[in-house]
Design a binder for this molecule. Structure first.
Ligand code: ZN
Length: 665
């Protein structure tokens, strides 16, 4: 599976300061909590009140189905996670002493980190959290009678840095299965897993299922066993609750197509058969009429070092009609863009199929999309379904709006943007061009181009995700500067694109490094893709002095001298990446990634970290959900659903553990 289908906020904070009137008027408190490298925000759900009663009922049961899957992800992310969460939460809530001691504060910080990571590893770096309190202190919080039989193992897992140090290990040369702490394989080596699936893969099948997507592989007594996530299989208590809520949702489906979708998903959860998942995915992809929509299941495989097993997640949403007009305009012109894309015509799609695109309002985030959440999604993942049915691509605008509003005036642009005119450019045009970049990436970028006949879609192997994201980003960057966007009325100034170009290069060469610890390489696929593009453009633009890294008063700044030539470079690199993918040229792809995307200049890295640390901005952000409360009439029917935004972060986490914890009860 090569197409990365989640799109995360690219830059942390270099966002528009020109807030919309709506944001300026209200007193909505976006920031909920701050700890370690995390800022927790809340988001609004504008338009929820305007949904019909049946739509509200539908959304309500889908959100319940979303919350019931939380434990699944925790267990997938590490086999001790649920047990550790229980111990930590019990210690936290039953503690009677002073909550302001440094030890307790450190303990609380650790618990907040674990909640955010859905386990003991960082959600982004996947490195294990380091507690800033001792094992001795921890033992004082857990009385002997509350200690499980494996308490010493639990302590090793929490406190020994050498035990389960990384959730997803991508380091070259390592046994990725044996050295990753995620819980998709037990007792197997990477080679054994690869051989197991190689035997099952039928390369002549034109509609292949996604082997391993919903299974855990276990080796017992020398035999490999596939444990399937389904009713009656692995995680059954949670899946039963998901199914029960989906069954309630069916009654309120907006139309027959949506009813069939929900029923197909229920069937898949019961059988665990991946053909049923494909049936569901096709129905889901084809439904573009319903206003309410959702994903719920084992979808994305970033959490698996081999990219096979899906991490459980759910997002419930409804369409934002006004904003969707923007992306519909792009998709309805998809062929225009494809026909003029700066790649070899042999690699263009003669007919670009069904790129549907819409802007959505998220109503709940769950599983792998919570608390850290994508700002865009493009599904399904199966290449053959995408080829035959297209894909659904969404931008989650109430999330990007919350990011933007929360970043207002945080000092980032003053520190890292070279001069006042460039800051003004970003203030005026970054919010819109950043949104358009996401739209182009999701609606057109991933769907563009084609492989030559016989080329294996997985030919890029471990570099597949990085190169696919690079391709989609380059397509978006290239077209952001196209006069077509002015003609379509999506931008009103031919200079606007420069805002996104500047931010993209600044982020790729410098500011995204705040997410990386000193001495470490760039690992995450999206970060690799952004550095690849920025570093390649810097080097290939040298002869024409397109981009400079200049030093002013001991600080480095990005200076872009020729935006038009920069666009040309983006087009050139897009042509090469498309060639690599279309021809399956693994060597060239690997060489690009290794040359530009992985290594970090330690001096620049240190400087960026120093400058950034003075700004008190969290490198990572995520969200608490609103609380939905059903109002029942005398017949026990839901007569309304109210929404509130007042719940804080620990309260929400503890409530979820109390009310939505089918695997630990
Ligand atoms: Zn993408």
């Amino acid at each position: 599976m090569t197409s990365l289908s989640k799109y995360f906020a690219a830059s942390l904070c270099a966002v528009s300061l020109s807030l919309t009137a709506m944001n300026a008027e209200d007193n909505f408190k976006y920031t909920v909590d701050n700890f370690a490298d995390i800022e927790v925000l809340r988001y609004k759900v504008p338009g929820f009140e305007d949904l019909s009663l049946n739509q509200k009922r539908l959304v309500y049961y889908l959100t319940e189905a979303a919350l019931q899957g939380r434990d699944i992800l925790w267990d997938q992310y590490g086999k001790y996670n649920l047990e550790i969460r229980g111990l930590l939460e019990d210690a936290y809530t039953s503690y009677k002493g002073d909550r302001n001691t440094p030890e307790f504060k450190a303990f609380e910080k650790y618990l907040k980190q674990v909640w955010f990571g859905n386990g003991i590893h960082h959600h982004y770096s996947t490195d294990k959290f380091t507690p800033e309190f001792t094992q001795e202190y921890f033992e004082t919080l857990i009385p002997a009678e509350k200690r499980p039989a494996n308490f010493s193992t639990i302590c090793e897992v929490i406190f020994n840095p050498d035990v389960m140090p990384k959730r997803v290990n991508q380091a070259d040369g390592a046994d990725l299965v044996a050295t990753s702490a995620c819980n998709f394989y037990d007792g197997l080596t990477q080679k054994e897993v690869e051989e197991f699936y190689a035997q099952r893969k039928d390369t002549t099948d034109l509609t292949p299922i996604s082997h391993g997507l919903n299974t855990r592989l276990v080796k017992k007594d020398g035999k490999i066993e596939e444990q399937v996530y389904k009713v009656g299989g692995l995680y059954s208590p949670a899946i039963e609750k998901i199914v029960a809520n989906l069954e309630k949702a069916v009654a309120y489906a907006e139309n027959d197509a949506q009813k069939n979708i929900i029923e197909a998903l229920i069937k898949y959860y019961r059988t665990g058969d991946l053909h049923d998942f494909d049936t569901y995915s096709i129905l889901w992809t084809d439904d573009t009429a319903s206003q309410v929509d959702f994903i719920n299941g084992f979808i994305e495989s970033y959490g698996d070092p081999l990219g096979m097993t899906g991490s459980w997640e759910s997002i419930v949403n409804f369409k934002n009609q006004e904003a969707s007009n923007r992306t519909e305009l792009l998709s309805s012109n998809a062929q225009w863009f494809e026909d003029r894309s700066p790649v070899d015509p042999r690699f263009r799609k003669p007919v670009v199929k069904g790129v549907s695109a819409k802007v959505i309002t998220a109503a709940i985030l769950a599983g792998d999309s919570y608390p850290s959440t994508p700002i865009g999604i493009n599904l399904p993942n199966a290449d053959w379904i995408r080829a035959a049915h297209g894909s659904k691509s969404v931008t989650i605008e109430n999330i990007t709006q919350a990011y933007d509003a929360a970043s207002h005036g945080n000092g980032f642009n003053e520190e890292f943007v070279i001069d006042e005119p460039t800051r003004k450019l970003l203030d005026d045009y970054l919010f819109i061009t950043d949104n358009l970049h996401t739209d182009l990436h999701e609606c057109l970028g991933h769907g563009s181009g084609r492989l030559l006949p016989g080329v294996d879609p997985d030919a890029m192997k471990a570099h597949g995700s990085t190169l696919e994201e690079t391709r989609a980003d380059l397509f978006a960057l290239y077209y952001l500067a196209d006069p077509k966007l002015i003609e379509l009325g999506l931008l009103d100034n031919p200079e606007a694109y420069k805002a996104e170009y500047y931010k993209y290069i600044l982020n790729g060469l410098m500011t995204q490094l705040v997410r990386i610890e000193p001495g470490k390489d760039v690992e995450e696929a999206h970060m690799r893709n952004r550095q690849l593009i920025a570093a390649w453009a810097l080097e290939h633009g040298k002869k024409d002095n397109v981009i400079e890294m200049v030093e002013i008063n001991g600080k480095h700044f990005i200076k872009i001298n020729d935006y038009e030539k920069l666009r040309g470079l983006f087009g050139e690199l897009l042509a090469e990446i498309q060639r690599i993918k279309s021809e399956g040229d693994y060597q060239a792809g690997a060489s690009l990634v290794e040359t530009y995307a992985v290594k970090v200049d330690p001096a620049i890295h240190k400087e960026v970290l120093d400058r950034y640390s003075k700004l008190t901005i969290a490198p990572y952000r995520g969200f608490v959900n609103p609380v939905y409360t059903p109002v029942f009439d005398e017949n026990g029917e839901i007569s309304d659903v109210t929404i509130s935004y007042t719940e804080d972060y620990p309260t929400q986490m503890l409530r979820y553990s109390r009310d939505y914890s089918p695997l630990t009860k």
